[in-house]
Design a protein around this ligand. Structure first.
Ligand code: NAP
Length: 284
């Protein structure tokens, strides 16, 4: 992969990774999904995002099944803890269960999936302990808006948060107004979920957009690739598209080498402008 993101400790990851929501749930799709993920690893998409929530652990199990042939040090495995498991009484068990399902020894990144009722101070304390025990290499959060991040920054150890995973795609650019600049100033990486707007499902007509189809045509590319190139064009941003199809994985991998011109970005900005005021965080 050409585009990479470097963490504070020097760890370099591909800016283009793989999502796993809904994968591993259907037995009849399992083989195709395994092939898709394996092809992604082969193409350099060695960052894999999953969560204990996805298929009640089935997606983590799928990841465990496909990483066996790959040197663990080449992989960057991300999982997420449910908010209701993010307190002292459950998080250690949850983390162990995720590690076991993924048939690995540690997680490269562990995220609080979204904010719940467990005090942030308690979650942070536990995350730091998991780090000390070597069960996770680093931790972060997901679906945190700027007020949540500010609160996190005020608790002891909160500033050790390395990632905020939020929804971001061409047609949902709310985070550009204040959250993304806030994170950049503090070195918190953005992991963009739904970078394909769920194949357009989150924004009707996205894949038929005249602007996106014109840009795709100019590069002999697809709209999916243009959507990914837009997200990957931002510095320090990781995109985690999900697919259960090998052909789509290979197509997505090529987006890593697609550079949009300033004129094309201007066309996108006109068709899908970033907001000029604070808007609530978009979520899935
Ligand atoms: P997405 O990646 O934007 O879109 C996935 C959809 O796009 C699937 O239906 C897939 O279908 C299709 N697709 C993928 N590549 C394609 C291609 N080249 N051409 C046409 N269709 C293509 O949506 P997402 O899965 O919701 O988000 C990505 C990942 O982010 C998730 O899997 C998950 O790991 C993470 N996530 C995190 C949160 C959170 O709260 N932290 C929330 C949502 C998602 P096919 O299988 O048919 O290719």
């Amino acid at each position: 992969m050409n585009k990479t993101v470097t963490f504070a400790d020097g760890t370099k990851v591909p800016a283009l990774g793989q999502g796993t929501w809904y994968l591993g749930e259907r037995r009849d799709c399992r083989e195709a999904e395994q092939e898709a993920l394996k092809a992604g690893i082969k193409a350099g998409m060695t960052l894999i995002d999953t969560a204990e929530m996805y298929g009640h652990g089935k997606a983590e199990e799928l990841v465990g099944q496909i990483i066996k042939e790959t040197d663990r040090s080449r992989l960057f495995l991300v999982s997420k803890v449910y908010p209701h498991n993010a307190g002292r009484s459950h998080i250690f068990k949850s983390c162990e269960a995720s590690i076991k399902r993924m048939e690995t020894d540690y997680l490269d990144l562990y995220l609080l999936h979204w904010r719940g009722s467990v005090p942030l101070r308690e979650t942070v304390e536990c995350m730091e302990e998991l780090k000390k025990e070597g069960r996770i290499r680093r931790w972060g959060v997901s679906n945190f808006d700027i007020s949540d991040m500010e609160e996190l920054w005020s608790v002891p150890g909160g500033k050790n948060c390395e990632v905020n995973q939020v929804l971001y795609h061409v047609a949902s650019r709310g985070i550009e107004y204040s959250l993304l600049p806030w994170m950049r100033e503090r070195g918190v990486k953005l992991m963009a979920y739904c970078p394909l707007a769920q194949a357009g499902g989150l924004r009707r007509g996205l894949y038929q957009s005249p602007v996106l189809t014109e840009i795709a045509k100019a590069h002999e590319a697809t709209v999916s690739q243009v959507l990914l190139a837009f997200v990957l064009g931002r510095e320090d941003v990781i995109a985690i598209p999900r697919t259960g199809k090998k052909a789509h994985t290979l197509e997505n991998a090529q987006a890593d080498s697609l550079a949009l011109t300033p004129q094309e970005l201007a066309m996108i900005n006109r068709a899908f402008p970033a907001p000029t005021r604070k808007v609530y965080l978009d979520m899935q």
